[in-house]
Design a binder for this molecule. Structure first.
Ligand SMILES: [Zn+2]
Length: 198
């Protein structure tokens, strides 16, 4: 199926933002996930499983509807796809989602602590970053638990225990900027805590 110009533009937007996330080391390897909503609200472009942020291309990205039916692409859908689609279903104003395993934020998540909003910019731009517990089997969070947290229209970022972060935005670049702020805040909070203890 030939990709229409609007879809192609959104794919290119996703590729540029994914490359930025890779370049600033928010995500290495093939982990994490990133998606963008098309202007027609019922469709989403999403990175498939096993593809790195720096390797996203018009040939491997998937186009899906909000129920997860694949409309274009033949790569394997990510296990993260259900929570991305669920957030789009419950938050009509959200048009981009970035999920990464960035190391400083994930260190707080692995320790089972929320990231303290220790800076003025974190308090004003993020507010609280809630910690969503691991799933019932001790593994990945259930999509339902992540979607439930993001039903709160004031929530723009959350931490997944022992896993990583999820940031959302009115556009994809805004979501990625927030993921950078979460990582930066996690780094600053860890160093500030060590300095105070010293
Ligand atoms: Zn993940």
């Amino acid at each position: 199926m030939p990709v229409d110009p609007n879809t192609q533009n959104k794919m290119r937007e996703l590729m540029a933002v994914a490359k930025r996330a890779f370049d600033v080391r928010l995500q290495t390897g093939t982990g994490g996930n990133i998606s963008i909503r098309l202007q027609r609200n019922d469709r989403v472009v999403i990175k498939p499983s096993g593809v790195g942020f720096a390797e996203c291309s018009e040939h491997n990205l998937l186009v899906v509807d909000l129920e997860g039916h694949i409309l274009d692409g033949d790569a394997k859908p990510s296990k993260d796809m259900p929570f991305h689609l669920g957030i789009y279903r419950v938050r009509p104003e959200v048009n981009g989602i970035v999920h990464v395993h960035s190391p400083w934020a994930t260190a707080w998540a692995a320790a089972g602590h929320e990231i303290p909003a220790v800076t003025i910019q974190a308090r004003s731009k993020l507010g609280r970053i809630p910690l969503i517990p691991v799933g019932p089997d001790g593994g990945n969070q259930t999509p339902e638990s992540i979607i439930e947290a993001f039903r709160d229209a004031t929530l723009w970022a959350a931490l997944l225990e022992s896993h990583g972060s999820v940031s959302v935005g009115k556009n994809l670049l805004a979501a990625e900027h927030l993921a950078e702020l979460v990582e930066e805040t996690a780094h600053i909070a860890a160093v500030a805590r060590a300095l105070k203890a010293g």
